[in-house]
Design a protein around this ligand. Sequence first.
Ligand code: AMP
Ligand code: ZN
Ligand code: FE
Ligand code: FE
Length: 290
Amino acid sequence: MFVDLHSHSTASDGTASPSEVAQLAAAAGLSAWALSDHDTVAGIAEASAASASLGIDFLPGIEVSAEYPQPGTLHILGYGIDPNSPVLADLTRQLLAGRDTRNPRIIAKLQSLGLDITMDEVEAEAAGGVVGRPHIAAILLRKGYVGTTKDAFNKYLAPGGQAYFDKERLTPRDALDMIRGSGGLAVLAHPIQLRTENHGQLEQVIKDLMDLGLEGLEVIHSDHSAQDVETYTRLADRLGLLKTGGSDFHGGKKPNIPLGMANGRRIPRRFYEDLRDRLVSRRGGNTNTI
Ligand code: AMP
Ligand code: ZN
Ligand code: FE
Ligand code: FE
């Protein structure tokens, strides 16, 4: 029995709608999944309803970026958050406002470099979802300015690229407070992307996050090698963290990452059950509120 606890839909930068991701989860034979769109819970209601009608378990999630020194990135997953929480609404609004400042700057810079691209096109590409760099990359690709999405990031959109602007991020403390304040359980996403220099530094970063309320570590992820999975599993066990895993599915944006499969590895249902049990016990055994 397998699951996938990290996925994106059209509510952020994935290409499948929340109910399509639910259908893919069922088709892949998964017994549970979580939607974890960037900075938004707009897809949760649809994903939850579709999962119920397909008879598979669903966990609401979100993925937020927090401040962290380059070249690393710090992403926190929040599971079991209440999509109607006012705490979450406040913070997601702030995060979206940050994007509203950043995206036009990227576009203006691309225009000044002589590229034909407008904010209207980018918004159309996002089709009402949260606008992110992958949407800009898709347009650059379609217009032939770059040969691949990766080129779009390397040349223009990633740190060091000609049109890179950082987005406003939450501090790690605010990100964890938001998740816990909206009833969720915080998990460090893809620790490989912290790009820590050694094991000691990795452990210190994780311990600091635990002091702020971190409860889990994403040990299985598409960016993790077999060796990484082993390292993170051992660390999670030693520090008493919950273990989670997911593909980081984005649909056609990352066509080599299928739902339910993370670098050739499946994600055990036990990861889902441990998360669910922690959430249920916190809520006095009430399973209706997850
Ligand atoms: P944003 O939310 O606008 O900062 O964009 C984040 C998204 O861009 C995530 O889905 C990443 O997977 C994707 N992304 C970031 N860096 C790269 C890269 N170098 N190549 C391809 N995709 C990337
Ligand atoms: Zn994404
Ligand atoms: Fe991420
Ligand atoms: Fe993700």
